[in-house]
Write a new protein. Sequence first.
Length: 84
Amino acid sequence: MPRIKSAKKAMRQARRRTVTNRGQRSALRTALKRVRGAANKQDATQAYTAAVQLLDRAARKGLIHKNNAARHKSRLAKYVRTKA
């Protein structure tokens, strides 16, 4: 345990941010799985738009790198296009 006041505060902030980031990362992963698990093209398209919004937000907030978000969006778009 930290003894210095600023270190204690940093620990509290890190704990709070970790919880927030874990929830957002989980929601993002679930959205990506929904796109890949969609039964038909219409469902995949709807899930894709939701996933893109979450990817953009995660990149903007610094949860993931912007290139990581772009790569996921590109691969998902390709997947949805080829979905029969």
